[in-house]
Design a binder for this molecule. Structure first.
Ligand code: ZN
Ligand code: ZN
Length: 225
């Protein structure tokens, strides 16, 4: 394994019954980071510098706001707002004002947690492809999952070259698995719709009651809380 990400979370989350194991892994990483950024250790110099420069996106700010340590979050905001205030220039120059507008329009989108999660996820995509190539039992584990959300399906395909000699059979297995998952979901969605007809009131749901929620997760992923 070249990417030192460890396969523990992969074996833990790759199992049937969820729309996307990679969303689950990403959510675990996001939760860990949200906790870490509320922890005093994070106020070390290099971390503080990163928070100054990048800040947190709305989603991760809300995650931290929902947790207990309000003082840490307030301190993070002191450091970030100090940086942003320095970028704000009182000016009567319309051109400079436009430059400011460009900066401030996007300053809420950069995020140290997003940066770190994205780095790790890329390593996961590579590691999963490598495991398919190098760990014989992993193929069965993969095939027993229910596929992925579309973003993560695309990410796995995009990193398929890391399955080296097995890359063709890897993309074949991935695409076949995903196609079946989409077919099954569509059938459940049809059933979900048909159950809204009173004539089908007595037809058993057989799991289709969650079809709409699963369809949303399949299209947009499962968001961390
Ligand atoms: Zn996903
Ligand atoms: Zn973020």
């Amino acid at each position: 394994m070249h990417y030192h990400i460890g396969n523990m979370l992969i074996y833990q989350e790759f199992k049937p019954g969820c729309e996307c194991p990679l969303c689950r892994i990403r959510n675990i990483l996001e939760n860990r980071l949200a906790e870490q950024y509320l922890n005093d250790a994070v106020m070390e110099d290099d971390q503080r510098k990163k928070v100054n420069e990048r800040g947190f996106c709305a989603h991760h700010t809300q995650m931290m706001l929902a947790r207990k340590n309000k003082l840490s979050l307030a301190l993070q905001h002191v450091t970030r707002i100090t940086t942003l205030k320095a970028k704000l220039e009182v000016t009567d120059n319309v051109k400079l004002a436009l430059k400011q507008a460009e900066y401030f329009a996007h300053c809420g989108e950069t995020c140290v947690i997003c940066d770190s999660v994205e780095d790790s996820m890329v390593r996961y995509y590579k590691t999963i492809a490598e495991m398919y190539d190098g760990e014989p039992k992993f193929k069965d584990v993969l095939l027993k999952t229910n596929g992925f959300c579309l973003e993560h399906y695309a990410a796995l395909l995009a990193h398929a070259k890391y399955a080296h000699g097995s890359n063709r059979s890897y993309v074949y297995d991935l695409s076949k698995l995903q196609k079946k998952a989409m077919n099954d979901l569509l059938e459940d969605l049809y059933k979900f719709c048909s159950k809204h007809d009173y004539r089908n009131a007595n037809v058993p749901w057989e799991g289709a009651e969650t079809a709409l929620l699963r369809a949303v997760q399949r299209l947009h992923g499962e968001e961390a809380k």
